[in-house]
Design a protein around this ligand. Structure first.
Ligand SMILES: [Ca+2]
Length: 116
């Protein structure tokens, strides 16, 4: 029985470590905007570390055009999100270091870039 308990604990630890690794990698490279396809950090996730003019254009990666429903930023950064490709359309600022769900802008983001 103790073996089963230990194995469960190990699997849980591995999942946490993987999250930390993603965060560490993003931090080392200068911070990130993290988007999730679902509310409350659920669904697919994308780490964005530089301007992306088209969230639907990412070969081999899940489409994120008009998909993001929750987000947070690292390193106290501010990112501008746009409802159109190439930083057009409605613009709004993402700056929360804690998880936030999108409200009126749910599933509307098409491009993003960091702002100072
Ligand atoms: Ca969504």
């Amino acid at each position: 029985m103790s073996n089963i308990n230990n194995q469960t604990q190990d699997l849980y630890s591995i999942e946490l470590v993987q999250d930390v690794d993603h965060e560490a990698a993003a931090t080392v490279s200068g911070g990130a905007l993290i988007l999730w396809s679902g509310f409350n950090a659920t669904g697919n996730r994308r780490f964005i570390t530089s301007a992306d003019s088209n969230l639907g254009r990412a070969p081999g990666v899940t489409n994120f055009n008009n998909v993001a429903s929750s987000y947070r930023v690292t390193l106290g950064q501010r990112w501008a999100a746009y409802t159109g490709f190439n930083f057009t359309g409605t613009r709004f600022v993402l700056s929360s270091s804690t998880l936030r769900n999108f409200g009126a802008n749910n599933n509307t983001i098409s491009s993003v870039r960091r702002i100072s």
